[in-house]
Design a protein around this ligand. Structure first.
Ligand code: ASP
Length: 353
């Protein structure tokens, strides 16, 4: 009798354990906010073609790491974007030094390269580095040596067009303060795949005419990017030296973790840092942010006029928005018109005068 009862109890425990496991698996698969949500958000209109490619992969059930890398490589390869990859504008010694990063929000793996020269796709080198346990962030010759050893494509990233911009700039007043380019700066992305994995990545040539060896926020975890699949991810663009002062991408993820919608989190982070910098230093550089949470909800905020972004989710077709900061610090979004999009490409590809 007693033996029977014990067997029953054990069976009950086994069944309960089994049911719990099934429930957990089902919950894991149907994350809050909808079944199989996926999405991608990126800084600047220039990201749109890459985001479109990445979205195709996500829609087909692809991995957030593969999708974000593919999307950023597309921007790196396009010769007419002056601030990312091939065709990026050089430093004051007329060398194209690139910064890039990759973060896996499941494992929190981070990889980054800074001031790397002569490699076609810095984001891929960064992703490869993210799989290492140590030496995940490499600069200059160290990064190039690693890329060479791993067989990444070498390429002279300085185009004739970039040289022409350089020469033109040298003729201008060199004392002029360095500024990020309004309208075509760092590409920073956040991605969510159907399995709930999130990634963040960046790629940039940084500021035109920067000092040799200057590193911006883009390869710095927490400043230029951050992703945590349990919460969401964020990426920044603007004046790296100021974005770093607020570890702004981490701050957005932290605010989302406290329960804020990505839009509120972005606005709060930008407004606070902007106010702090103005109060303590008398001025704030350009600060712009994009973010997405694990449910595929997104947000963006900026302290400049003219910040554009590209976003796509399972529920929203690929759209380029122009963000407008209102007096009260809130941002409104306007879909970019066909004229705006055409004009953008026309100016990007116009001959250098
Ligand atoms: N944040 C980049 C940097 O400071 C530049 C940019 O986003 O335009 O290197």
């Amino acid at each position: 009798m007693r033996a029977h009862r014990e067997k029953d109890v054990q069976k009950k425990i086994r069944i309960e354990g089994y049911m719990e496991n099934i429930e957990k698996t089902v919950k894991d698969e149907q994350r809050e906010g909808g079944d199989r949500m996926w999405g991608m958000i990126a800084t600047w209109r220039m990201a749109a073609e890459g985001v479109e490619k990445g979205a195709g992969m996500l829609k087909a059930g692809g991995d957030a790491g593969d999708a974000i890398e593919t999307a950023i490589r597309e921007v790196e390869d396009f010769p007419y974007y002056k601030s990312v990859g091939y065709g990026g504008l050089p430093n004051e010694e007329m060398e194209v030094e690139l910064d890039a990063a990759y973060m896996d929000g499941d494992t929190l793996d981070i990889g980054a390269v800074a001031a790397i020269k002569d490699y076609a796709n810095p984001v891929s080198v960064a992703r490869r580095l993210s799989r290492e346990n140590v030496n995940c962030v490499l600069v200059a010759e160290g990064a190039e040596k690693f890329a060479h050893k791993e067989g990444f494509e070498r390429k002279n990233m300085l185009t004739d067009r970039a040289k022409a911009f350089y020469r033109k700039r040298v003729q201008q007043d060199r004392a002029e303060e360095l500024k990020p380019y309004a309208g075509h700066d760092t590409v920073g992305m956040v991605c969510l795949d159907q399995a709930g994995k999130m990634t963040a990545a960046t790629s940039t040539s940084g500021l035109f005419m920067k000092k040799k060896g200057r590193v911006g926020d883009s390869p710095i975890a927490g400043s230029g990017f951050y992703a945590d699949s349990k919460v969401g991810g964020a990426s920044a663009t603007g004046l790296g030296e100021d974005l770093m002062k607020g570890c702004i991408s981490y701050e957005v993820v932290r605010l989302m973790k406290e329960g804020l919608h990505p839009q509120e989190a972005c606005e709060k982070a930008v407004e606070r840092l902007d106010a702090e910098l103005k109060a303590r230093r008398g001025a704030a550089g350009d600060l712009s942010l994009v973010a997405m949470d694990r449910e595929g909800r997104w947000g963006a905020a900026t302290n400049i006029q003219g910040f554009s972004l590209a976003v796509v989710t399972e529920a929203e077709e690929l759209t380029v928005y122009l963000a407008k900061r209102q007096e009260d610090g809130h941002c409104t979004f306007e879909k970019a018109s066909k004229e705006w999009m055409d004009d953008y490409m026309r100016t990007r590809m116009a001959p250098v005068e």
